[in-house]
Design a protein around this ligand. Structure first.
Ligand code: MLT
Length: 410
């Protein structure tokens, strides 16, 4: 008899977004006449077409694959040099990162989950709350937690509440932890951390011999020039940080898949006998064993994000989504709600009206406005009392959502 990984049985219900999909499906089945009115501002999935420069490069990549003289089979597992070099030149110039410290992949969701392969058992793991659910669920799957309590908090994880009081930037842990997940600009709250706040985290990590897993998937949405885009802008980060980046939200690659992990060779972890091992070495080994590289046309497309045309087209996309975020912020504020985020991120984090729970708010928005939002509680216990609106949509849809917010909540 094949035994299973029983850690999976500890997971609460379904993964958040499929669960939302299931509820929306049930609603449309019960109200078929309203199905066509539904506007989805739940999952942060891009809606605008791929930039022309990206499509052009992908077409070229496909054509190369159609010609024997330029055909490519398996590529380097870590990614093609042309893309790793373009990333360093455009995103990490002067930050002391080299192309061989960049690992190309097919997505940050996989990367942030898979990274646990290179860490041992018994680590104390700190997770901000509310949080992108992948960090929690992959730790549950890996056996790094006990059971969940009735609020969905797993035994063994150190939860760091992010609240309006701390500006949704968690306070440093009061105990020693070994792994820390940070995400800025933050999903789900849309808030950002200053250089000083990130410095405090890096100092904590160094003092406690901890590793920070820094998810910067939304860095392209930062508008404030004082806000760091990379953890490697912070002194000391090269000794204790791993950064995750993605082409999903800036280049619109959610359906195309390309992302990367940056691991400086100076970041180390420890064996049980205290020997220090570079994490870069372990991730490289893991990547070459379990991954065969992102597809060549996709990597060509990703590199085109950094061409002059690509940069201009990406910045138009960012402007579009940030324009949506501004409209959504305004509509919620006018409706008398307290609003956070949405100024340096594509997510608007809204406080539910007094006495309304976040799933109740989800039902109200779906039932009365036919707008799908994400209930804050789906991101963790500290998300209760809030909901997230994604700004990834067409302008037309966002304007319509704003009107419906005014009708239903105003
Ligand atoms: C979200 O809505 O939180 C994200 O789109 C999910 C993801 O990027 O996997």
């Amino acid at each position: 008899m094949a035994s299973i990984n029983a850690n999976f049985l500890k997971l609460k219900a379904g993964y958040l977004f499929p669960e939302i999909g299931r509820r929306v499906g049930a609603f449309t089945e019960a109200n078929p006449d309203l199905a066509g009115k539904i506007i989805r501002c739940g999952i942060g999935d891009v809606t605008e077409p791929l930039p022309e420069a990206v499509r052009k490069a992908m077409h070229e990549g496909i054509d190369e694959q159609g010609d024997r003289s330029t055909f490519k089979g398996y590529g380097p597992e870590q990614g093609y040099a042309f893309l790793r070099e373009a990333i360093v030149e455009n995103q990490f110039a002067d930050l002391g990162i080299t192309p061989d410290e960049v690992f190309i992949s097919d997505g940050s969701k996989c990367d942030t989950g898979n990274i646990l392969d290179i860490f041992g058992e018994g680590n104390r793991i700190a997770i901000t709350d509310p949080v992108y659910p992948v960090y929690v669920d992959t730790n549950v799957m890996a056996g790094n937690t006990g059971e969940a309590d009735d609020k969905g908090a797993y035994e063994g994880l150190v939860y760091l509440p992010c609240t309006a009081e701390n500006g949704f930037v968690a306070d440093l842990p009061t105990e020693k932890v070994d792994l820390i997940y940070l995400c800025f600009p933050n999903n789900p709250t849309g808030t950002v951390a200053t250089k000083e706040q990130l410095k405090a985290w890096v100092d904590y990590a160094k003092a406690n011999d901890a590793i920070i897993l820094f998810d910067a998937a939304y860095e392209a949405f930062i508008q404030d020039p004082e806000i760091p885009h990379s953890i490697f802008e912070i002194e000391g980060a090269h000794e204790c940080c791993i950064e995750f980046r993605s082409f999903s939200k800036n280049g619109g690659f959610t359906g195309v898949r390309c992302a990367y992990v940056v691991i400086p060779k100076t970041v180390t972890g420890s064996t049980p006998d205290g020997t220090r091992i570079p994490l870069h070495q372990l991730w490289s080994r893991r990547h070459s064993t379990k991954f065969n590289g992102a597809s060549y046309p996709v990597q060509k497309g990703a590199a085109a994000v950094f061409s002059a045309e690509g940069k201009a087209q990406v910045s138009t996309l960012i402007e579009h989504y940030m324009g949506n975020a501004a409209l959504l912020r305004e509509a919620c504020t006018k409706a008398g709600l307290t609003v956070f985020g949405g100024e340096n991120a594509p997510y608007v984090w809204v406080q539910c009206p007094v006495g309304v729970g976040s799933w109740e708010m989800f039902d109200k928005m779906l039932g009365e406005a036919q707008v799908v939002i994400t209930p804050g509680a789906g991101f963790g216990a500290a998300g209760e009392g809030y909901f997230r609106i994604s700004a990834f949509n067409s302008r037309e849809n966002v304007e319509e959502v704003c009107k419906r917010i005014a009708t239903v909540l105003g």
